[in-house]
Design a protein around this ligand. Structure first.
Ligand SMILES: [Zn+2]
Length: 252
């Protein structure tokens, strides 16, 4: 399949409303690996439409395991996460830390080294298996948020690094996540920044565009709206030289 063919032979289906702002005007932003991408003209959110079926997404992840690559860089990632945790932890009301989408557990290990009570959850069992082996002091859970033990609650500080762009339903994920946080809890989230000057005019030429792994591409405006709608107050966007949104927010 070439870049310009779509996965289905059906005529293009226009989105009805932006899932972030409710806007109804869109512009096609191209086709990548057969998936159509649209841009909301109101908030700048870019998204794959229609959302591919879960089976199609899962099949891709089975083929594409980046664990080996991650493992080689693991210690560097631990050190980078320690830097971030150290920088922001004073904004969190307490010591209970959770990494949503923890992968092989590097941020959990970072939090442990800094004396936090650290937990990590990831849908990918293989990654969590590696995390348990590499970082036995961490508490890990493999599965969907709905399957978290009841006492995985009242967290003070949550990480969500490069996760939201993968989620077929970010709203459902955020509602499930929110329930696990204490009021006043700090959230540190990062995701590619679709509104950055660095993003090429031909959106699909951007290296972050690879559906069906990446389904959603936020701008600052879209992220602010999304967080506010889920009961978070944006503390600030952290400047990055890269096209990456980094945001600190507080659960109200
Ligand atoms: Zn929108």
């Amino acid at each position: 399949m070439t870049q310009t063919e779509t996965r289905s032979n059906e005529a293009a289906v226009e989105p009805e409303a932006c899932i972030i702002c409710g806007g109804t005007t869109f512009r096609p932003a191209g086709i990548s690996s057969g998936y159509r991408i649209f841009r909301c003209m109101e908030c700048g959110f870019h998204f794959v439409h229609p959302t591919p079926p879960l089976s199609e997404i899962a099949a891709i992840y089975e083929k594409y395991s980046s664990n080996k690559l991650y493992a080689a860089k693991a210690e560097r990632k631990v050190l980078r996460a320690m830097k971030q945790i150290r920088r922001y932890r004073q904004l969190a009301p307490g010591n209970r830390f959770i990494d949503f989408g923890c992968n092989i557990g590097t941020a959990v290990e970072a939090a442990i080294r800094l004396g936090l009570d650290a937990h990590g959850v990831d849908i990918d069992e293989e990654s969590v298996g590696i995390a348990r082996k590499e970082y036995p002091r961490g508490k890990f859970h493999a599965g969907a948020l709905e399957s978290l033990p009841a006492d995985w609650a009242d967290f003070d500080f949550a990480f969500m690094i490069e996760v939201i762009e993968h989620l077929p339903d970010p709203h459902a994920y955020f509602e499930a996540m929110r329930k696990r946080l204490k009021p006043g809890a700090l959230l540190y989230l990062s995701t590619p920044d679709a509104g950055h000057w660095f993003v090429p005019r031909d959106f699909t030429a951007w290296r972050e565009v690879f559906p069906p792994q990446h389904l959603h591409y936020f701008t600052k405006k879209a992220m602010r709206r999304f967080l506010t709608d889920h009961g978070f107050e944006v503390i600030r966007f952290i400047w990055s030289p890269k096209p990456r949104l980094k945001v600190l927010a507080r659960k109200k």
